[in-house]
Each structure stands twice: as structure tokens, then as C-alpha cells.
Design a protein around this ligand. Structure first.
Ligand SMILES: CC(C)(COP(=O)(O)OP(=O)(O)OC[C@H]1O[C@@H](n2cnc3c(N)ncnc32)[C@H](O)[C@@H]1OP(=O)(O)O)[C@@H](O)C(=O)NCCC(=O)NCCS
Length: 144
């Protein structure tokens, strides 16, 4: 089941999958996580979030229109490759369209490039390194 979640509901999985469980939950909170314009979506199995994604209203460079940044996209290891990430993203994209968003962007990890490409994202810019995390590229999806 797909649901909107609160910040507190995403921190544990965010830490486990994206920070190797090395941070405290508090340290996993991102700036703007609790802003009124931010929303978090999760796919729940037996009432536990197994796939999460957060969406922050945030323009990118000089792109025109209403932009959102995808943050903290993660699926629990045992649930990867089952289409949950795809379902969460498609739910979010429909919701963003309803919010009159024009585009979505993210700093994508190299391992997730294929996942984002399959959702229709494209690369905008060169690859870059984020220390301790690895190679990334900015990816962009036109919403409307
Ligand atoms: C990247 C990530 C979020 C994808 O989530 P996911 O739930 O595994 O995604 P999906 O299952 O929808 O898609 C993953 C693959 O499974 C395939 N798949 C398998 N069964 C599927 C099904 N029933 N329906 C749809 N896709 C299916 C998809 O084709 C997709 O292949 P692709 O990698 O070639 O695109 C997840 O792998 C993850 O958390 N990775 C570690 C953290 C990370 O890198 N996050 C991204 C940070 S930018």
C-alpha cells in the first residue's frame, strides 16, 4: 500500500539503506524535510515502510517553473527489484502533476541511473563525486 508519510517514518530506512546505518536518526533529517511543501511517500508492507522517497520544493539552476528535488529514495534490500520503487515514483509523479509541478530532479547515484532512466529521467550535466558515497549525476524529469 502506498501512503504519504511523516519525516519520522522515513528516517530509519533512510539511515539503513543510504547511510549504512551509521548515523543517528536525528542526523538523517534533511533540511526542509518538515516544510509544508515537502512530502514523503512510502510503500508499506505489513505496516512497515519498505520503500521511501521524499520530495522537496527546490528549484534547480535556471530551469523555469515549479521544481521539486527527490531526496532519500530507498528500498529495503529484501524488497528491491520488485517494482516498489517504480510504483512510489509513479504515484509521486501523478501527485506532482496535480500540484502543478513542472519538473523533478535529483542527484542520482550511479547504481540507480538505470532505475531513473526507466522512469523517464534524463541526465543534465557531468558526473560528480560525493565523498564517501560515490559517483553521481544530476537527473531531470519533466512533469508538465
Ligand atoms: C534504486 C532503488 C531505490 C530502486 O528501488 P526498487 O524498489 O528496487 O526499484 P524497482 O523494483 O521499481 O526497479 C528496480 C529494477 O527492478 C526491475 N523489476 C523487477 N521486478 C519488477 C516489477 N515487478 N515491476 C517493475 N520493475 C521490476 C525493474 O525493471 C528495475 O530494473 P532497472 O534497474 O533496470 O530499472 C533501490 O535499488 C535502492 O534503494 N538502492 C539503494 C539505494 C539507492 O541507490 N538509492 C538511490 C539514491 S539516488
Amino acid at each position: 500500500m502506498i501512503k504519504f508519510l511523516q519525516t519520522a517514518d522515513v528516517l530509519s530506512l533512510r539511515n539503513k539503506i543510504l547511510r549504512n546505518d551509521k548515523l543517528t536518526l536525528e542526523e538523517c533529517i534533511l533540511e526542509n524535510d518538515s516544510k509544508a511543501t515537502t512530502f514523503h511517500i512510502g510503500f508499506l508492507v505489513e505496516n512497515e515502510a519498505v520503500c521511501i522517497a521524499s520530495f522537496h520544493q527546490q528549484p534547480k539552476d535556471d530551469f523555469t517553473g515549479l521544481g521539486y528535488q527527490l531526496r532519500g529514495m530507498a528500498t529495503d534490500e529484501d524488497f528491491q527489484g520488485k517494482g516498489y520503487g517504480n510504483r512510489v515514483m509513479n504515484f509521486a509523479i501523478v501527485y506532482l502533476r496535480g500540484q502543478n509541478a513542472n519538473y523533478l530532479w535529483c542527484n542520482a547515484r550511479e547504481k540507480a541511473f538505470k532505475f531513473y532512466l526507466s522512469l523517464g529521467f534524463e541526465f543534465i550535466g557531468d558526473k560528480f563525486e560525493i565523498p564517501h558515497i560515490g559517483t553521481h549525476s544530476v537527473m531531470y524529469l519533466k512533469i508538465k
